[in-house]
Design a protein around this ligand. Sequence first.
Ligand code: PLP
Length: 381
Amino acid sequence: MRFDTKLVHEGQRTQVGTGDVIPPIHVSATFDQFAQDPARYYYARGESPTRENLETCLAALEDVRFALAFSSGQAAAAAVLSLLEPGSRVIASDDVYGGTYALFDLCRRRGVDVRQVDLSDPAAAAAALAGDVDLVWVETPTNPLMKITDIAAVSDAAHRAGAVVVVDNTFASPALQQPLAAGADVSLHSTTKFIGGHSDLVGGALVLDDPALYQRLAEHRTVVGGVPGALDCYLAHRGLKTLSLRVARQVANAWAAVEALVASPFVGAVHYPGLPDHPQFELAAAQMSAPGSMVSFEYLGDVDELLRRTELFAAAVSLGGVRSLIECPASMSHRPVPREVRLRAGVVDHLVRLSFGIEDPADLVEDLSAAMAAASYAERS
Ligand code: PLP
């Protein structure tokens, strides 16, 4: 099966007996041990049919054997980081989601050595991966600067250093980027974003092919209990069916707005991997099937005012849903990152991040352009 067919068919077998073309949602928390032959389900913190259906699809989309769904992207990330011990060495992207930074901080407090470097810079990546490393954490495209890291090259160097490679694939989704095929060991998703796709659930997933690593992570999840409920699994799986259709429209919408942003007198730098002047333009074109629908830019007016003035773009964190969103990383998604660390990574106070939905591109461009003009210092003075 090809990708778009898997989206619709994997984990969705027709129910023998009733003929449902969509499997029922199994809400049971516990399972009668004598009503199953053979007994497969015991207690829903450990295993659950609706969650397994979602996991079957997620694993198939990246052509591997295993997927583990979690109650959030953070719970998925925390499961991976729980494998580390005091003294473990981690090399991670310098520009990461604020919540990931907060998790790194927790690791540091229990004696894990987490070093954040610009992994999109091949020389910096090679130098950082020269010694012993236990885990390499790649976010690509990065949140919010859209820097692109060469997954194949970093995975190669990381494996030589003895490290497990995790790629946070949230910004691209499996529709645009396949980290495991490029050599990474674990693909991490906040399913809250493109996979769910409708901003109506919070969830996460780890996708991988190594049975031993899968066992450790599955045991951790059962013990700690960061599992998603059946209804959220159903919603994420329902969302997956339209992933390719949504993403194609979202990318087209992002392009329409990027053209307007580049031409706008109210805008400084525009960060979008599809722009020929993006520092990793060629790598993005080779590694991703499209540049995505996340864009950030430096706004030369009053950012708070801009966020207040857009009507179609809701001023909200998160991304990947059908409705377009606008946010300011410094005061919203990346608030947990200390200002000096944020500025060192290039996330300036007046950076604005956009997540494109599936609305009509002309409406989005009009909304953004009108709000930018109205919130510009020039306009108001
Ligand atoms: N990774 C990235 C790149 C994110 O943007 C987010 C959330 O915004 C997460 C992970 C965490 O996911 P969740 O909010 O589902 O816990």
